[in-house]
Design a protein around this ligand. Structure first.
Ligand code: ATP
Length: 237
């Protein structure tokens, strides 16, 4: 899957709205130290859901917002959009281009969009499952990462291969389903407890119901006796 375009506005050193068209084939970003190459890579990671301010070389998430320079005031929000070519429908969206956007305000409020429609971060993560694209996936290989992959313990290395062969989506669903099953089992246990509690009340209640029935029968008999007595007393002498 090819990323066609990156649109950045107010993110780190990109104060003005900037668009990067990524052509077919190799795209390299070159520039002197401090010109913003890493900021660009971080912008991509950020849209894909990076939640750690530290990994974005900041202390708080709003540190990604352009904070101003000696000559220029800071801005109020940062926004980055990644546009992917989806002509092969690799992403389950019936459009030839898919744009995902993340926005953060100085207040800390965050927003995510898929094709300009508000969504949750989870929706973006799910959209890219098994595509190799994601904040942790193998589409980003940073400095020192190859070494890290080669020397990782088998369990961590397995995660990378699972993403590559496309089973992460199913593993995630399995985990979610297991969590839901766990919740349902908990609910069932609570219902069983309530049913048991109600059953213990059933026997005394049945006795009380029997007594109430008997009382009604007796009241009925008493009423009809009283009626007959009254008739007898006022009847012809
Ligand atoms: P190097 O090759 O040294 O790693 P680089 O080209 O990757 O450099 P970056 O580290 O991406 O450059 O950019 C650093 C520049 O971005 C610094 O000048 C820094 O002041 C600026 N910068 C980072 N965050 C912000 C921000 N929130 N507001 C304004 N400028 C910022």
């Amino acid at each position: 899957m090819r990323m066609k375009r990156i649109e950045i506005s107010g993110f780190k050193s990109f104060a003005d709205r900037t668009e990067f068209e990524l052509g077919e084939g190799l795209t390299a970003v070159v520039g002197p130290n401090g010109s913003g190459k890493s900021n660009l890579a971080e912008a991509v990671k950020w849209v894909l859901g990076e939640q750690s301010a530290r990994l974005l070389r900041g202390t708080r998430m709003d540190d990604v917002i352009f904070c101003g320079t000696a000559k220029r005031k800071g801005v109020g929000l940062a926004e980055v959009t990644l546009v992917f070519d989806n002509s092969d429908q690799r992403l389950p969206i019936d459009l030839s281009e898919v744009a995902i956007t993340r926005r953060v305000y100085r207040s800390g409020d965050a927003e995510y969009f898929i094709n300009r429609k508000a969504c949750r971060l989870k929706d973006i993560a799910e959209l890219f499952l098994d595509t190799g694209i994601g904040k942790e996936s193998y589409s980003f290989v940073g400095q020192g990462r190859i070494e890290e992959i080669l020397s990782a313990d088998p369990r961590n290395r397995r995660v990378i291969f699972e993403e590559a062969i496309g089973i992460s989506r199913y593993k995630l669903r399995k985990k979610e389903t297991e969590a839901r099953l766990g919740d349902t089992a908990g609910n069932l246990r609570r219902i069983q407890d309530i049913a048991w509690e109600l059953e213990t009340q059933l026997e005394p209640l049945a006795g009380e119901a029997e007594r109430a029935k008997h009382y009604l029968q007796l009241t009925d008999t008493r009423d009809s006796c009283e009626r007959e007595l009254l008739l007898y007393e006022v009847g012809p002498r």
